[in-house]
Design a protein around this ligand. Structure first.
Ligand SMILES: [Zn+2]
Length: 391
């Protein structure tokens, strides 16, 4: 059956898992099943004191030490009132320096924040920028897969996971979905490694001194912080195109022979969604990358989805397995969740509800109306059978 891992895991408190004979489903549903008088129904988006305009990240991973050296520059402007302090989410970051376009009086690094105090309040609408250089040994947010950890030598890689609030473990940020901004990432890796991220590839340049290759990606359309991704390491790919949108499917080199089956519906799904939704695919390319022991089934980072490599299958098993549901679900999120985003995590059902519904619509398109109706019936039974065990 195609009901593999369906949704990204969001923490034990907020989701319900249900192991079934035909697969495993993960639902981010408990928050909206909570009683109306509970605190889960009285959540609001975080206040924003500044409008974040742009994030530029420079990251150099050390695959042996499983650490990263980073430099994050946030461009912002105060919204309504003068801002004397900028508070950034940052967990377990070893901060080397903080500089800014404005004079800094002091800065403070706590377990969860970097707080920058300016000598003079920055007036509303005045653009400013803060740069933080740091070292991180992330326990969440950025995950290494290396031979020292038992993974295949030729498959060494790392991946990140932003949703819901993991990004703060590998760079300082405003880590809430009610803020959208453009972003760029430059990642320095050994020659022969692949670097993937959001948006379009700007450049790849080898440094003659260090021998490292700096790969620069840019996301020119604003998106939410949790959708920022970085995947780097040894990968192989297969490619296709939908109109002018390049499509690529990456796996660690030892698994590339299983890529074709999981990739095969991608083009058809994109064509169907564009027609059904009436809005063209909103990003400059669509990459899907399979990683070892992903933290969920799939994650819909803008233009660059991460998938569990356990979705891969060979010709010999295609009668009992496929990736259609996972691939269509994550692609539906490129519109529902990515282009249009919930303002607070208590509304995550909007992202998931639409993605799950469009996954069913594609099932109907490909396998017929009976298949879609049966899937909707199974979902309805599953949801109405859930009990609220969060209280
Ligand atoms: Zn989802």
């Amino acid at each position: 059956m195609n009901n593999l891992f369906r949704c990204i895991l969001v923490g034990a408190f907020f989701f319900v898992t249900c192991a079934e004979t035909e697969g495993i489903e993960c639902l981010k549903s408990a928050a909206f099943l909570a009683p109306l008088d509970s605190s889960a129904h009285r959540k609001y988006a975080l206040d924003r004191e500044v409008d974040v305009l742009h994030l530029a990240l420079e990251v150099t991973p050390d695959f042996k030490q499983r650490t990263v050296e980073g430099k994050a520059t946030l461009r912002f402007k105060p919204i309504a009132r003068p801002v004397e302090e900028l508070k950034l989410d940052a967990v377990d970051l070893e901060v080397h320096s903080v500089t800014a376009t404005e004079k800094i009086q002091t800065y403070q690094v706590t377990d969860e924040k970097v707080i920058v105090t300016f000598a003079e309040p920055i007036p509303p609408d005045k653009e400013a920028a803060v740069t933080v250089t740091y070292h991180a040994e992330p326990r969440q947010g950025l995950y290494f897969r290396t031979p020292e950890m038992g993974y295949k030598e030729g498959d060494t890689h790392l991946f990140t996971q932003g949703e819901e609030i993991e990004a703060r473990h590998w760079y300082p940020c405003f880590d809430s979905p009610n803020e959208k901004f453009t972003s760029e990432i430059t990642c320095r890796v050994s020659e022969g490694m692949t670097v993937l991220s959001n948006g379009r590839l700007v450049s790849e340049e080898k440094d003659p001194v260090t021998g490292l290759v700096a790969v620069h990606w840019s996301q020119d359309k604003p998106h939410a912080n949790y959708l920022i991704t970085l995947v780097a390491g040894y990968f192989k790919k297969i490619e296709d195109k939908h109109n002018n949108i390049p499509l690529a499917f990456y796996t660690p080199p030892s698994e590339i022979h299983e890529a074709a089956g999981s990739f095969r519906d991608t083009k058809d799904i994109m064509a169907f969604f564009e027609q059904e939704i009436g809005v063209p695919y909103p990003w400059p390319k669509y990459d899907q990358v399979c990683v070892n022991d992903f933290v969920a089934g799939g994650m819909e980072n803008t233009s660059c989805t991460t998938l569990t490599d356990s979705t891969l299958f060979t010709d010999a098993t295609e009668n009992i397995r496929d990736s259609e549901a996972l691939v269509s679900h994550e692609m539906a999120h490129q519109w529902f969740g990515d282009l249009v985003t919930c303002k607070d995590w208590s509304d995550i059902w909007l992202n998931e509800g639409f993605a799950t519904y469009y996954e069913s619509l594609y099932d109907g398109h490909k396998n017929g109306r009976d298949s879609m109706l049966y899937e909707l019936y199974q979902r309805a039974r599953h949801i109405t059978g859930l009990t609220n065990d969060t209280n």
